[in-house]
Design a protein around this ligand. Structure first.
Ligand SMILES: [Zn+2]
Length: 140
């Protein structure tokens, strides 16, 4: 399966050490980028609003108001094998609970399509339209 499978214990240790070294040497640029992002995003009203909606949604799932299918609704992977997250295709109050349960990979794909990734441009009209169509199918 993995390309690390046939390595000896020593070889593994060397690779591990190299990776540790690499991250130690390149820590600062990553940290700097994360800081820059956090400074801008965490203070924005938009981010705080989304966090609030996410908290409310999690509470709704916990209380059974929203059914949790336990699998990714895009690719079908069950929760035992992947982290299942809640995707909001829209943060409009009308659609707060109009969510989709997806694995991390599918969630990132959807967010990229929607333009929800930090620093990315807002979703185009076309992708918003597509999402609306999908939401209609899900709710039909
Ligand atoms: Zn998935």
């Amino acid at each position: 399966m993995s390309r690390y499978e046939n390595l000896t214990e020593d070889e593994r240790r060397i690779i591990n050490w190299r990776q540790t070294q690499y991250h130690r040497d390149h820590r600062e640029p990553y940290r700097e980028a994360a800081r820059r992002w956090a400074k801008k995003a965490l203070k924005s009203p938009e981010y705080r609003y989304k966090q609030m909606v996410q908290r409310i949604t999690r509470a709704a799932v916990k209380s059974g108001l929203i059914h949790d299918p336990g699998v990714c609704q895009d690719c079908g992977v069950p929760r035992e094998f992947a982290r299942i997250e809640i995707h909001h295709w829209s943060y409009n109050p009308l659609h707060w609970f109009d969510v989709r349960f997806v694995c991390r990979a599918c969630h990132m794909k959807r967010n990229r399509a929607d333009g929800f990734i930090a620093g990315a441009k807002k979703g185009s009209k076309k992708s918003a339209h597509k999402n609306l169509e999908e939401a209609r199918v899900v709710n039909a």
